[in-house]
Write a protein that binds this ligand. Sequence first.
Ligand code: FDA
Length: 506
Amino acid sequence: NSLLKCISKSTAEHPKTISAILHAQFVNNDSYTQVLRSLIRNRRFNTSATHKPTIIITPTRESHVSAAITCSKSLGRLLKIRSGGHDYDGLSYVSHVPFFMLDLFNFRSIDVDIATETAWVQSGAMLGELYYRIWEKSNLHGFPAGVCPTVGVGGHLSGGGYGNLLRKYGLSVDHIIDARIVDVQGRVLDRESMGEDLFWAIRGGGGGSFGVILSFKVRLVRVPAKVTVFRVDKSRDLEENMTEAVHKWLKIADKLDNNLFIRLHLQPVSSRGGKTVRASFIAEYLGDADSLVSILDKDFPELGLTRANCTEMRWIESVSYWHQYTFGTPNEMLLDRNLGGTVDFLKRKSDYIRTPISKRGLESLWEKMLETGEIGLVLNPYGGRMSEIAASDTPMPHRAGNICKIQYQANWTKESSEKEAQNINGIRELYKFMKQFVSKSPRGAYLNYRDVDIGINHHGENSYKEGKVYGRKYFMDNFDRLVKVKTAVDPDNFFRNEQSIPTLPS
Ligand code: FDA
């Protein structure tokens, strides 16, 4: 009732209208449960033990967002912000202290302007919707962002954002040219009124620390009429020179033609003899199959790529291909918010590799992967455009000098505490083992691969110190600039979560 009255007063809208955007636990349970669950992308945080918001606010106007902020503040409640709900550790919709949640799913309009090669996209839109709306207007334009169509624009673009156009065009944040944000005083600001420091901070410094981002204006990028994709699998037990090929990949993946992105997915799998490790090389090339084959004949003959492995398609079709590695999925799939409704239990971690791992090192890694169970590693190559952008241009500092970023993946489909413990222990053990091969001082991590294992903040008197532990891993030398911006725009630390940017100690 207090929240209802406050929002109604501050927006000058009738309480009945406002009650339609409030969903309270135990009051209107049906809509509450439906809204809460609809965007949970990690089933670990959809159990009876999960700490849930007391009230979910689903604004339909900017004034609702402003009122949600000022009213949560005056009622002394934490406000969590959710756009697409893909945070790997659920920080947009879980908290151990009582909280309200602002869910931006109604804010999802997309306005593409091909004449200026730009688009305004609201935070609650999904990446798939953005790609689809661009394609509706031009099949020669795209946007460099994640490969999963259901990822939300709000969290993804404020946390970095990478996909298979990374080597050619860099990160999503490298293409943001304006934004609209609601600050802690409830003011709606654009690039000009927020100033360059705050505008810098929200392009990779993470959502949830500085305000509620309503929308971003992005620069589109050009894609050719035809792109080529392939997937080549090699298995350790089948005499397929897998170790040779992985070793070579580590030497050249960041140096290949910028139009080429070859992801390497390493996964323990069942085999006739028991268990083995499989290496899948999955690629997107901005060009035709013949030129791709000739590049790899020269630079990566160990892969053994042939024309028969390659499929040419339009860029938009490759977006669907990357989601499931199957051809011919209708592009309308990109508008499906549920993607068949499959949601797994997940845990993710990240690392960066700066020097190639020796063949002996790789052999020891295969043994460790077999020992730790079902944990997969996804290696995404850097180089290209990533090496040309200075580490301080945006808060995301991991640029030149990195061969690739690793995502550690644990997925399971059935609720079981035993399985959960096995997977969480397995992923932590593999991460520990990998210490010898990855970046050091600090050991880097990618913010959008949220991992609360690397440190959390209790927002007490040690807040800066605690923030520095995870902050240096995510942002390296950019951490202190982020702290300065945070202290200037939100000195009382209203916008906070378990890994947000702290203010400077007073
Ligand atoms: P969510 O709504 O959970 O928000 C994430 C964080 O941002 C939270 O802290 C939240 O409070 C904050 N936030 C969200 N909206 C905000 C807003 N409007 N204003 C202020 N703060 C806001 N990443 C990648 O780079 N490339 C990839 O290919 C993929 N693929 C991928 C697939 C799948 C299945 C998952 C689950 C995740 C990925 N990711 C990824 C990671 C993804 O980029 C990351 O989780 C993003 O933060 C998700 O953004 P959402 O808006 O969906 O998340």
